[in-house]
Design a protein around this ligand. Structure first.
Ligand code: 5AD
Ligand code: SF4
Length: 443
């Protein structure tokens, strides 16, 4: 690689999950600290960070086509590939794509500034270590954030579901320390956050010690954060059914700032498939768990993830997934066609399901999920609820926010981003609800 001028502007493009969004923001802060400015909309950046996702197929292809686009017409930005594709296929990317100057994994991106210095001198570098020092110890403080902010509290996964790359790309489960999280949450609130979503691949496996040195679980952390006066809402995602503790379930009935919404992936409604996935729960134990949440918080909105066409899934087993969906009545859910991930046990299992069958099953599943999402929205019609204003709408005076149940609500009014308003839920749509503003609760 040739020598180049130090980059002055940057752009971080994040793909995939909310944790990548969080990581992307933190990389932006690192680069700002290094004296660089975000590139303006529509302008080329001197440094582009592709913060990639490896969870489903065509991940690497997407990276190569992005690199192609960035280097079109002889353009030569500095390119860093970060995220889970970098972790899984970094060496290969370096070999195949001379335009890439840096490859950095999700646990090593705090070293990006040093790598940029090297790249300026023409040295290409790959860093996919999972070092003992954590990136969190050295990242700069949080700056300006929107009304709803993410905070990674737990990372990595020890569950090894047989279809999933996460345990390989993100590494073993770690919990960030309590005091660091409280400090970061305080900074987020000072920087404008009114809602914090606690993130982790298995967020409910978080453990720590509170200020008194007592061992606590996620409910203890949520309780501590609920004491921050200017923080109005707390959410967490993504949970695993096996890490749900009675104390966390109870917290849903006790902590007002903890929103009535739970994302709890189940993946399949068939016990045989669940076993082959190494999920270590059954459809029935999952449903019983949800009943416990409903007992303490009857209005809780439920969300989940599904995979159709896992190797060996029969029509009958797929129907069990549809039955589970009928039994739950999700307010929102994410469903995917199974994608064989290199290096995972399921990728070499017998009985890989054809694309046509997967397409057809996904359509049927999504029809059921869409039906339930609309039904959920419909039954909130006529309620009055708090909405946190998160975005400007398309039209003058129009605003978009979230209900406690994570529905998108749009309405007109004289408000600002970050305001909490009460809204009359007037008309449900498939993906959002039209509301009428009643009053501002707080600015
Ligand atoms: N194929 C399809 N979907 C997957 N997910 C994870 N791995 C795969 C895969 N190999 C889905 C799961 C998980 C969500 C984040 O992505 O549903 O909960
Ligand atoms: Fe992947 Fe399973 Fe871990 Fe979730 S719990 S990150 S699906 S291995």
């Amino acid at each position: 690689m040739r020598q180049s001028a130090p980059p002055k502007t940057y752009r971080v493009k994040s793909f995939g999950c909310q944790m990548n969004v969080y990581d992307g923001e933190r990389m932006g802060e690192l680069l700002t600290d290094k004296g660089m400015a975000p590139a303006k909309d529509g302008e080329d950046a001197d440094l582009v960070v592709l913060n990639t996702c490896h969870i489903r197929e065509k991940a690497a292809e997407k990276v190569y086509s992005d690199i192609g686009r960035l280097t079109k017409n002889g353009k030569k930005p500095m390119i860093a590939v970060a995220g889970c594709v970098a972790q899984a296929e970094g060496e290969e990317i370096m070999k195949r794509s001379p335009a890439v100057g840096m490859v950095v994994g999700p646990q090593a991106y705090h070293r990006l500034p040093d790598m940029i210095d090297k790249a300026v001198h023409g040295e290409r570098a790959t860093d996919t270590d999972m070092p003992l020092e954590t990136k969190f110890d050295v990242l700069p403080q949080r700056r300006k954030v929107g009304p709803s902010a993410f905070l990674t509290i737990q990372e990595g996964c020890d569950k090894f579901c047989t279809y999933c790359v996460v345990p390989y790309t993100r590494g073993a489960e770690i919990s960030r320390p309590f005091s660091a999280l409280v400090t970061e949450a305080e900074r987020l609130v000072q920087s404008g956050a009114r809602e914090i979503t606690l993130l982790g691949q298995n967020v409910n496996a978080w453990t720590g010690e509170n200020a008194k040195g007592q061992a606590i679980g996620l409910e203890g952390l949520i309780k501590a954060l609920a004491d921050l006066p200017d923080l109005a809402r707390i959410r967490y995602t993504t949970s695993h059914p096996n890490d749900m503790s009675p104390a966390l379930i109870a917290a849903h009935g006790e902590i007002e700032k903890l929103m009535p919404y739970l994302h709890l992936p189940v993946q399949s409604g068939s016990d045989r498939v669940l076993k082959a996935m190494n999920r270590s729960h059954t459809a029935d134990s999952y449903l019983k768990l949800l009943d416990q949440f409903r007992a303490v918080r009857p209005d809780i909105a439920l969300s989940g993830d599904f995979i159709v066409g896992f190797p060996g899934e029969t029509e009958e087993e797929f129907r069990e997934t549809l039955q589970l969906v009928d039994a739950v009545g999700y307010s929102l859910a994410y469903s995917f066609k199974y994608s064989p991930r290199p290096g995972t046990p399921a990728a070499t299992m017998d009985g890989q399901v054809s694309r046509e069958v997967m397409d057809e099953r996904l359509q049927r599943l999504q029809a059921a999920l869409n039906r339930d999402q609309y039904a959920f929205n419909k039954q909130t019609e006529g309620r009055v609820c708090d909405v946190l204003v998160e975005r400007k709408g398309k039209f003058e005076n129009q605003w978009l926010g979230k209900s406690p149940w994570l529905q998108s609500v749009w309405f007109e009014g004289d408000v600002q981003l970050g305001d909490m308003v009460t809204v009359d839920m007037v008309e449900a749509g498939a993906n959002s609800v039209r509301g009428r503003m009643v009053e501002k609760v707080s600015a």
